[in-house]
Design a protein around this ligand. Structure first.
Ligand code: C2E
Ligand code: MG
Ligand code: MG
Ligand code: MG
Length: 283
């Protein structure tokens, strides 16, 4: 039955390709209206300093609730937003919202939590990016050192010479740069040394089996050693178990992020965690 193949499949759309194309088109149309209809929100996931058992920063992660489609995962709609160019407007909204929120926490609690914002390669390639970041920092009043931008390896490993200049300009603003999902792309180690970056985020896929796979453990250990050599901070993503944490501690991994400590939370729930850090379970 065509109907079994997906929620938009009626008998008119008998083949699944047609159905997927239609669903995609529908999502795109809804996405166009999502900002003005206030359908986006940011959730924040703590990044924890393992030795101090303290939250040092939070990653802003976009959430989309559409009345018709319900919750749509960023993994599903960000690629559509990138292909259609809508990511520019969405990305600007995210950056502004995240900076406003971090500034609010700073003013309200004197809490110097850095906020990490994911940046699409489409945003990164735009000549106007640096000016926009500067404008947002000025408008929100957030100190530049409390903002970090997350870029994937593939975003910065193409057009390397241009990217080094752009990264340098961002660095000069005082904003940090993290390489997200590190280990899954094609980082050239010689370039890594030249990039003015601050942080490597080890991809969750290496953390998942770290307790059972000697290969994954060896890779994680090597990335941590690499980060240390290059004087970079390192974050393990997707830490879910105490077993994984134990191994990461043994490797001297300084920062971790994952469900073990906290899922991404809405601003209010995160605030409760920030106010009373004793809510943080110590392992
Ligand atoms: P990412 O930047 O690598 O974010 C980490 C993803 O892992 C998030 O998924 C987070 O909820 C999830 N995660 C964190 N800890 C754990 C864990 O312990 N276990 C598991 N299974 N998952 C964990 P999310 O929020 O669905 O975001 C998926 C991706 O969508 C992000 O990957 C990022 O690439 C993209 N994304 C999210 N928000 C934005 C945004 O505002 N702008 C852009 N350009 N991309 C975004
Ligand atoms: Mg990220
Ligand atoms: Mg990641
Ligand atoms: Mg990812």
């Amino acid at each position: 039955h065509a109907k079994d193949q997906g929620r938009c499949c009626f008998k008119f759309y008998s083949d699944s390709l047609n159905c997927r194309a239609r669903e995609r088109l529908e999502l795109e149309q809804e996405l166009r209206k999502a900002i003005e209809n206030n359908e986006f929100a940011l959730h924040y996931q703590p990044q924890i300093d393992v030795s101090a058992d303290k939250i040092v920063s939070v990653e802003a992660l976009i959430r989309w609730h559409n009345p018709k489609h319900g919750f749509v995962s960023p993994a599903e709609f960000i690629p559509i937003a990138e292909e259609t160019g809508l990511i520019i407007e969405i990305g600007e909204w995210v950056l502004k919202k995240a900076c406003q929120q971090a500034k609010f926490w700073l003013d309200e609690y004197g809490s110097e939590y850095r906020v990490s914002v994911n940046l699409s390669s489409v945003q990164f390639k735009r000549g106007s990016l640096v000016g926009y970041i500067q404008k947002v920092l000025k408008e929100t009043g957030l100190p530049a050192n409390l903002l970090e931008l997350e870029l994937t390896e593939s975003a910065i490993m193409t057009d390397v010479e241009e990217n080094i200049i752009r990264l340098q300009q961002i660095k000069e603003l005082g904003v940090g740069i993290a390489i997200d999902d590190f280990g899954t792309g094609y980082s050239s180690l010689s370039y890594l040394k030249k990039f003015p970056i601050n942080t490597l985020k080890i991809d969750r896929s290496f953390i998942t089996d770290i307790a059972t796979s000697a290969d994954d453990a060896a890779i994680v250990k090597a990335i941590i050693a690499l980060a240390e050599t290059l004087n970079l901070a390192v974050i393990a993503e997707g830490v879910e178990t105490t077993g994984q944490l134990q191994i990461l501690r043994g490797f001297n991994c300084s920062l971790i992020q994952g469900y073990l400590f906290s899922k991404p939370l809405n601003a209010n729930d995160l605030e409760a965690l920030l106010i009373n850090e004793s809510h943080l379970v110590t392992y």
